[in-house]
Design a protein around this ligand. Structure first.
Ligand code: DA2
Length: 282
């Protein structure tokens, strides 16, 4: 072996898997109420720019070969663009969302109807849960957030409905009010996360389950770098998450910066706009 070959860093070859996503156009997107620390109704939102940025995310998915389906946005529901909150879909089974705040309650039935009309096996949730905002499918486990939005009793409901073990994680920093603002699944058994968003006990759980995880710093988390969408190789995330991008490259992933600054005014970014439709395993 030559000297050069010995010194070359070991990079794992990451393999992308084609995905199906559901998105909701930001036709009625705005910030007119405040239900998280990022939302300031006094701060103007540029609707045209939000649309351009959302179109950029859609183009990026299509350029990578992913399929995208759409749900019709409801007037009067400015946060409906955050499709990840609309449900949780695993193995063709759909657990509906049941929103915590009155301002978003009607989105749950709207998303549920979309799935019913397409023949998915659905369950209308009994307990408050905000879909993939707090439920992330990572290999053998369903990672489940609680603390701000999703009711901890929903974790048992999800465990029974999906028939897979749930690892409950407690969020403690109001800036990171959904699990997907603090943790992203990169591949079956690999995640990246910001430890400071979790209780000490949950940090311990994450260390045990994912000893190889990429650890984000506070600056990464503050620009919503963890609100990322991965297909196993390409990782779409805000371009401002520069440290995280370097870490991803080191591990063989291809980070792709997608600017969604207007959506961030409501506390969301790439992952929030994207609900993965996981088909039934054959
Ligand atoms: C990543 N996901 C799905 C989210 N974090 N969703 C963004 C929701 C933003 C909304 N204003 C709210 O506070 O509910």
């Amino acid at each position: 072996m030559t000297q050069l070959a010995e010194e070359a860093p070991q990079r794992t070859l990451r393999v992308a898997r084609t995905r199906r996503y559901l998105m909701c156009p930001p036709t009625h997107f705005d910030v007119v109420y405040s239900i998280n620390p990022w939302m300031d109704p006094g701060k103007p939102v540029d609707g045209a720019l939000a649309r351009l940025q959302w179109d950029g995310l859609l183009r990026a998915f299509r350029a990578l070969g992913h399929q995208v389906e759409f749900i019709e946005p409801l007037p009067g529901y400015p946060d409906m663009v955050f499709a990840a909150n609309g449900a949780t879909v695993i193995n063709g089974r759909v657990l509906s969302a049941r929103f915590r705040h009155e301002e978003r309650v009607a989105e749950g039935p709207a998303y549920l109807e979309w799935f019913r009309a397409r023949g998915y096996q659905t369950r209308e949730a009994v307990f408050v849960n905000e879909g993939e905002g707090d439920y992330l499918h990572a290999g053998r486990y369903l990672l489940a957030g609680t603390g701000f939005r999703t009711d901890i009793r929903s974790h048992r409901e999800a465990e029974k409905f999906f028939g897979m073990p749930v690892a409950g994680l407690r969020l403690v920093d109001p800036r990171f009010y959904h699990l997907d603002t603090a943790l992203a699944v990169l591949d079956r058994d690999q995640i990246m996360y910001y430890p400071g968003a979790f209780s000490r006990e949950s940090q311990g759980v994450l260390r045990v389950l994912y000893p190889d995880a990429i650890i984000a710093n506070e600056a990464d988390a503050e620009v919503f770098g963890l609100n990322a969408v991965s297909d196993g190789r390409h990782v779409l995330l805000p371009p401002a998450a520069t440290h995280l991008m370097g870490e991803l490259r080191e591990r063989g992933y291809e980070p792709i910066g997608v600017e969604l600054s207007e959506l961030l005014k409501s506390g969301g970014s790439a992952k929030c706009c994207t609900l993965e439709l996981r088909a039934a395993r054959s």
